[in-house]
Design a protein around this ligand. Sequence first.
Ligand code: LLP
Length: 429
Amino acid sequence: LLGNMKVENNELTIGKVKTTELADRFGTPLYIMDEALIRSNCRRYCDSFRCNEGRNRVAYAGKAFLTLYMCRIIEECSMYLDVVSAGELFTAHKAEFPMNRVLFHGNNKTLDEIEMGVKYGVGTFVVDNFYEIENLNEIAKRYNVKQRIYLRVAPGIEAHTHDYIKTGQIDSKFGFTPEKEVLLDIINKAEDMSNIELAGLHCHIGSQIFDTEPYMDAAKIMLTLIKKIKDHTGYEIKELDLGGGFGIYYTEGDTPKSIEEYTTVILKTVDDFCRENDMNIPVLTIEPGRSIVGNAGTTLYTAGSIKDIPNIRKYVSVDGGMSDNIRPSLYKAKYECAVANNVISDDNEVVTLAGKCCESGDILVDSIELPSIKSGDLIAITTTGAYGYSMSSNYNKNPRPAVVMVENGQSKLICRRETYEEIIQNEIM
Ligand code: LLP
C-alpha cells in the first residue's frame, strides 16, 4: 500500500476517499492522484537537497505528468520546472508558473519553440547542439535579451536498473559529446555570442535508476569537465544540473533508494570532489519526474468481459488499456494491482488483465493472482502516476480518462474526461 492508500471494509481508499465512490462520481477509467504524497515527495527533495539555503534547485520534470494544477503544486513548493516542448511551456505559462524558474529542454526545439521560450522569458534554455545555440542567439538578439543557458553534455554513462556501461551513452541523440575539443569549441562560440550567457552544464543519465553509483560517476565526470574548461579557457561554469532518473518501486524486486539517499550522495560527491580539487561548489539542480508522481498515481478501471481458456489463461478485460497506459506494451513494464472493491479474499485466481484496444499486445498486467473477478468489479493498477496520462493517446478513439486529485477525504477533478466531440474537434469533413 503506497502513500495514503488503505483498505477499509475490504475496499481500497486513497487519501481517505473510497475508490468505489470515485468510480461512481467520476466514472472509469480514472487516474487518481494522491496529492499529499506528491507534496511530501516535493518537500523531501527540496529539504534533503538543501534548497532552502538558496542555492540548489529541484526542477520537476513535467514530462512525467503535467497539468495546470500540477504546475500550481510545483510553484507552491518553490520548485523549478523542466519542460521539453512548446506544449509543456504553454501549460506552465497558462498556469502562471514563474518563467524564470523554467528549464527548457529538447534535442530539436523548433524555431517557433525557441522564439516562444525567449518571448515568455524562460529562465534557462538547456542547449543541446550547435544548431540550437546559433538560432537561440539570433532570436534572443531580436528580442534584445541575454538568454541564460546550460549546455547539455552526454557524459558517457548509460545507467540501467542493475548495471551501467560507460561509453554506451556516447551514441545518443542528446547533448554534446564530452570530448574536450568539442566542449571548448562550443564554449568559445557561446562566449562570443552577444545574446547568450553560459551559466552551467547539464547531463541526464537515464531513468528508473536504482543505484546511487551512476550519479556519483556522472557528478565527477561533469565536475572534471568544469575544471578542464576553467583550466583551458579561464571560464568558470558556476551551475551544474545532473538531471533526473531516480528509481521508484513498481513491483516486487524493484529496489530504489530513498529520495534522501539519492540527494545526499549527490551533495556529498560534489562537496568532496570540489574540496579535493580546490574548486568552488557549483549551484546544483536535479530533475526528478517519475519519483515525484509515480507512486502517487493509481488507475481505476472497471472489469468487463472475462474469457477463460481452460488450462491456458483467463483474460479479464478492463475499460481502458494501452491508450491510457502504454508502458506495459512499450517497455514490458510491470505493475501491481488490486480488486478495489474486494481487496482481500479467500477465493483467488491467476488472471491476465487485458486492455480494450484492438491489439493482442494490449495487456496491462500479465498473470497476476487476484481475488476472483466478476464483471463490474473495480481494478486498481498502482504506480501509474508517471508517464501514464502524459503518454496517453486517443488510439481507437478512446477518450482520455479524467484525472482526480485526492487528499484527506476530499477529491478534486483536475482534468475532465475527454468527450467524443473533443476527439473529433479538429477533423474536417
Ligand atoms: N531530465 C531529463 C533531461 C530527462 O530526459 C528526463 C526523462 C528527466 C529529467 C526525468 O526523468 P525521471 O526522473 O522521470 O526518470 N517514458 C519513459 C521515461 C522517459 C524518461 C525521459 N526523460 C517511461 O515511461 O519509463
